[in-house]
Design a protein around this ligand. Sequence first.
Ligand code: HEC
Length: 102
Amino acid sequence: MKAIYIAMMAVAGVVMTGQAQAADESALAKQKGCLACHVVDKKLVGPSYKDVAAKYKATDAAQLAEKIKKGGSGVWGAVPMTPNNVTDDEAKRLVTWILSLK
Ligand code: HEC
């Protein structure tokens, strides 16, 4: 029972604070292998997520989610991002998290 109560409070907290406090999706990013090429505050194979957050606005989220799924290159350099095995929902959650890392 206690776990359910805590989970409900967490959901309520997210709903109330809205976009300002996106859920921490670093565990999902790790599970999906993103962190092999990306670090939050350092350039690795790909740009740091803070740099990505600084470059884009919330209105770019759909485009970024698409790129995470399909991969691509040319924005940060010649090295391509390979397509990632994520669902639409996971891609959106990851983008929301990344864009919150300003
Ligand atoms: C094989 C290495 C690699 C993996 C794995 C990887 N990325 Fe990338 N990522 C890159 C590179 C390289 C770029 C820069 C692409 C470019 O310059 O257009 C990039 C760019 C991005 C961008 C910015 C896109 C843009 O157009 O500016 C986002 C957001 C991103 N990655 C998120 C993710 C997420 C989320 C995952 C995990 C699901 C992931 N990446 C997995 C290498 C990777």
